[in-house]
Write a protein that binds this ligand. Structure first.
Ligand code: CAO
Length: 255
């Protein structure tokens, strides 16, 4: 394995940031941030179950290294997300309750047929969660193309209602920025969300007791405990984890 690049020390984005001069500033909360006030206030009423685990991404890192060059020659950036998103969809097939939505008073549950996987995006205008629609019908390459499209639109502030509505399950890759664990907040009416931590090379024991170098990423799930049992979340996470740790297994169930 090649040596790990040292991560650069964090630097302030704006070198000439405004120096406080003793004058407060108040502004109306509007746009995407106003939408966040509404959704997150609704989410605060949901009794949430949290579940964390670590994933050995060593095989996936190698696989992505092989694939990346191929898609990039076709102009498509390829991160870990397309594989992670497909693995979520394969696992949701076994646990359809995690791909459901509930109404405001949690009286009715709708099992959604489409796996519309929302991806939290940090854009210049704030947090948005566009979703990749019908992931159950898409190849990993299709997902990469769609993520590239949404990232370009997001960066330009051009995501529309078509992308920003209809999600059925969400992921937040906060690890791109940093951190190991998070406590993601469910996006109602969805019932579960996962946050991915930073991928890190760490020592672990192999099955012979030797210390080996592994690529480790933590996941933090939050689920609506009114309708999702902790055991369901844990079983789903185990299955998803097995796909990421043994990406070849996904081939068995891919359509
Ligand atoms: N840990 C370490 N590195 C990671 C990583 C992780 N978890 N995930 C991706 N990376 C690396 C990629 O490998 C890529 O590097 P190289 O190409 O050099 O290997 C680099 O980070 C950039 O990845 P990316 O941003 O192009 O791709 P992505 O598909 O992984 O992520 C997106 C896309 C939109 C999820 C991400 O840009 C983003 O906005 N994340 C923040 C989400 C957020 O704010 N969540 C909080 C929501 S609650 O407030």
């Amino acid at each position: 394995t090649p040596p790990q690049k040292p991560s650069p020390l964090p630097m302030p984005a704006k070198r000439e940031a405004t120096i406080p001069v003793g004058k407060d500033h108040t502004e109306v909360i509007k746009g995407i941030r106003k939408a966040m006030v509404k959704t997150m206030t609704e989410a605060a009423h949901i009794p949430t179950f949290g579940y964390n685990d670590e994933i050995d991404m060593t095989r996936l890192v190698e696989l992505r290294r092989d694939i990346k060059g191929v898609t990039e020659s076709a102009g498509v950036r390829f991160s870990y997300m397309p594989i992670i998103v497909k693995a979520v969809s394969l696992a949701l097939t076994e646990f359809p309750i995690l791909n459901s939505i509930v109404d405001a008073n949690c009286e009715n549950i709708t099992y959604k047929a489409a796996h519309n996987i929302g991806i939290a995006m940090d854009t210049p205008e704030g947090l948005v969660v566009p979703s990749v629609k019908n992931v159950q019908t898409l190849s990993i390459y299709d997902i990469a193309v769609e993520l590239n499209r949404m990232q370009t639109l997001g960066a330009a502030g051009k995501l529309t209602n078509a992308e920003l509505t209809g999600g059925t399950f969400s992921l937040s890759n906060i690890g791109v920025i940093g951190g190991t664990y998070a406590r993601p907040v469910i996006l109602p009416p969805e019932v579960a969300i996962g946050a991915l931590g930073k991928l890190q090379r760490l020592p672990r024991f192999d099955d012979k007791g030797n210390v080996v170098s592994k690529e480790i990423m933590c996941v933090s799930w939050s689920a609506d405990h009114r309708i999702i049992e902790g055991a369901t979340m844990a079983r789903f996470s185990n299955l998803w984890k097995s796909y990421l740790e043994n990406p070849g297994l996904m081939l068995l169930y891919m359509r």
